[in-house]
Design a protein around this ligand. Structure first.
Ligand code: BJW
Ligand code: ZN
Length: 242
């Protein structure tokens, strides 16, 4: 039996499943990941731009990066990994998708039971009055950095940067589910960013199973019951050929 067959068998016997996704899930949709050679933009390291310090020092530069990403994302379509995860939501009664991605592609693929723990790239938040707005658009270069229509405060992307806490209520819901689910499927994340990377450990500690799909081994592979190495979209296509 191949690892894919084993995973298929496990999935069809589950009553509850948590899926944790990262940038690798959207790679086949043409969206760059954060780490490795993919994570470079105009010679800037992506992880250095996703910080409150970068925004404080140069909001225009950080906005240019987010605007460039918005442009790529707006052109992108969900791939078989997004659709496969949506299918899992239909098959398994007690289901939760926890995504670190801000690109909205899971929702575009039809996922409903989803928590976006690092926010959403199309939502802005006013740094002065806190007003949030969601619009799938690209800003004109001369509009950057954008200002609040309400109070003229500086707008920021409503995403979670390094050193910033994840919304308390959202993370409480994630933990509640992680501590009761039968298994977690971790897809396309390097699992180096906390607290997201701790979620599979909570599941494992409570006796749940851990499954992983990634191009290469990660820290999660050590605690994983089934690891499948390859492109997530291609693996989901194979998983659901019934
Ligand atoms: C494929 C594929 C294909 C490719 N198919 N696979 C404990 C220890 C050490 C440090 C910390 C700790 N706890 C907290 C910290 C600090 C920090 C942290 O974790 N640092 C580490 C890097 C060391 N964490 C934080 O700061 C967090 N906040 C926090 O802890 O707050 C505490 C606090 C409490 C109270 C008050 C104040 C503070 C916040 C972390 C926020 C992360 N934000 C970002 C940006 C989001 C917005 C945006 O998109 O711009 O989130 S950074 C970036 O990394 C982004 C991602 O969601 C996140 C994870 O990356 P991901 O998704 O795993 O992508 P990659 O590129 O790393 O990996 C891609 C993977 O896919 C690879 O494995 C490939 O092999 C694979 N792949 N193609 C399958 N086709
Ligand atoms: Zn405002």
């Amino acid at each position: 039996m191949t690892e894919i067959d084993k995973l298929k068998k496990e999935i069809f016997s589950l009553n509850s499943l948590c899926v944790l996704t990262g940038a690798g899930v959207s790679q086949e949709s043409g969206i760059p990941t954060f780490r490795g050679k993919d994570g470079l933009w105009r010679n800037y390291d992506a992880t250095q731009l996703a910080t409150p310090y970068a925004f404080q020092n140069n909001p225009k530069l950080v906005w240019e990066w987010y605007n460039w990403r918005r442009e790529i994302i707006l052109k992108a379509k969900p791939n078989p990994a997004h659709y496969g995860i949506k299918k899992l939501e239909e098959i398994i009664s007690d289901f939760l998708l926890v995504t670190q991605n801000v690109d909205d592609l899971h929702r575009e693929a039809g996922s409903n039971k989803i928590l976006e723990i690092h926010g959403n790239i199309f939502r802005t938040r006013c740094t002065k009055c806190n007003k949030k707005e969601f619009e799938k658009k690209i800003f004109k270069n001369e509009e950057l950095p954008p200002r609040c229509k309400n109070c003229n405060g500086l707008l920021r992307p409503d995403v979670v940067w390094f050193g910033e806490p994840i919304d308390e209520k959202i993370f409480a819901s994630v933990l509640e589910f992680a501590l009761k689910c039968e298994a977690i499927l971790v897809v396309g994340t390097s699992a180096v960013v906390y607290p997201a990377a701790s979620i599979p450990y909570y599941v494992k500690e409570k006796g749940g199973k851990v499954f992983e799909i990634n191009l290469e081994p990660t820290q999660i592979s050590e605690i994983s019951d089934i690891s499948i190495f390859g492109k997530a979209g291609e693996i989901f296509e194979k998983l659901f050929i019934l």
